[in-house]
Every structure is written in structure tokens, then in C-alpha cells.
Design a protein around this ligand. Structure first.
Ligand code: SF4
Ligand code: SF4
Length: 201
């Protein structure tokens, strides 16, 4: 079972992660942003006050982050951020010394630190057979069920099981989807003859 902290640490190891915000016109924006620090189920990054990214964060305090490492592990996280000013700035520069070349000396005073403190996320590994998927939440957020579920309407015909690309369905009454191995592809949902499978998201 992957924890939020473990998944944040994978993002920290990847470091150059993709981070999405909401632009002024309501459409998505995405950039490569370094995960600078991970501590106590919180993820920290920074930006300069002059940047559009800063204004987007201040106007709509949500982000989505994703990263893929060399072991084909993907982490996706989305949630609320807050501006924590400059309290952690020196510490972040100590732990990320390459920042001194980008903002040397006093020029770091244009930077402010943001903290991702509440939200949800998902660990996904395509290198496992079958694939591995785990959800997590952090900072008091409630996890919402995703993917598909087989209901009591199941008549046990086995169509979904034989057609699942990851063998993620077990026989039973009703049949059961093994959520940790499910791609969320929806093939079982489309092929069930009695519409016994529901979409949860
Ligand atoms: S296809 Fe539908 S009815 Fe048949 S086993 Fe799967 S869930 Fe049950
Ligand atoms: S959504 Fe796709 S992977 Fe998941 S159980 Fe259904 S067919 Fe299998």
C-alpha cells in the first residue's frame, strides 16, 4: 500500500515534474516545475512573483502534478496549495544547490514558496504484470471512488472476465473487479449484456 509521503518522494526523486494550473481564461496550463522539498505529507515548490504561474496560483489555488520515473512508475497528484512566503526559501536552496546558479545571492528574494497540502493522488505502474494502481489522499481530503464496479445485477456470464486485458476480474456472485490491477479502460462496462457494471467517476 503506497502512502502519499512515499509517492511524493518519488516525485521528489524525479524532481522535474509536470505541473498544471488553471489559466486566467479558464483553460489548462502546464509547466515543468521542480519538486523542491517533501515533508510530513506536504510537497513544496517555488516560483517568482513576476511569473504568470505565480498569478495563476494566487488566483486559483489548485494544481495537478504528474511525473514518470525510469521504473515506469507514474505519480499523479491534484489538490490545494497555499503560499507559505519565504520561510523555507533558504532551506530549499540548501537542499537544491543548483538553484544558486539560477537565482544567485540576494536575487532569491523574488521567490515565494508554495505548499501542496491537501488532495488526492494515484500511483500507477505499467511495468508490473498485471499493472498496479493505488489511490491515496492526504491532508484530510476524502478519496472518491474511481473506475468501475460490478453490481448485484451480475448474472455470472463471464463475458467481462474473458475480455479484460489485465485479467483483473474474478469469478464470484457477483463477479469482482480487482481494483489494483484495473486499467479503467471500460471494456467490461461496454460488453456486459445486462449493464451490471457501473462507472464510479
Ligand atoms: S459481463 Fe456482466 S453479467 Fe457477465 S459476469 Fe460480467 S458483470 Fe456479470
Ligand atoms: S475496466 Fe478494463 S481493465 Fe478494468 S476490469 Fe474492466 S476490462 Fe478489465
Amino acid at each position: 500500500m503506497k502512502t502519499a509521503e512515499e509517492c511524493f518522494k518519488i516525485l521528489r526523486e524525479i524532481r522535474d515534474t509536470s505541473m498544471a494550473t488553471v489559466g486566467k481564461d479558464g483553460t489548462p496550463r502546464v509547466r515543468i516545475i521542480d519538486t523542491m522539498l517533501v515533508e510530513a505529507e506536504k510537497l513544496y515548490f517555488l516560483t517568482a512573483r513576476g511569473k504568470e504561474f505565480y498569478r495563476e496560483l494566487m488566483a486559483n489555488r489548485t494544481v495537478a502534478i504528474t511525473g514518470l520515473n525510469t521504473q515506469w512508475e507514474t505519480i499523479r497528484v491534484w489538490g490545494k496549495v497555499k503560499n507559505v512566503g519565504q520561510d523555507l526559501l533558504d532551506r530549499i536552496f540548501e537542499e537544491n544547490p543548483s538553484m544558486n546558479a539560477v537565482y544567485p545571492g540576494k536575487t532569491r528574494d523574488i521567490l515565494e514558496v508554495f505548499c501542496l497540502y491537501q488532495g488526492e493522488g494515484e500511483y500507477f505502474c505499467l511495468a508490473s504484470e498485471p499493472i498496479e494502481r493505488e489511490s491515496f489522499c492526504f491532508g484530510g481530503a476524502m478519496s472518491k471512488k474511481k473506475g468501475f464496479q460490478i453490481t448485484e445485477e451480475c448474472i455470472g456470464c463471464g463475458t467481462c472476465q474473458s475480455g479484460c486485458p489485465q485479467n483483473a476480474i474474478e469469478e464470484g456472485s457477483p463477479f469482482i473487479i480487482i481494483q489494483n490491477h484495473c486499467l479503467h479502460c471500460g471494456r467490461c462496462f461496454e460488453h456486459c449484456p445486462v449493464q451490471a457494471i457501473i462507472a464510479q467517476s
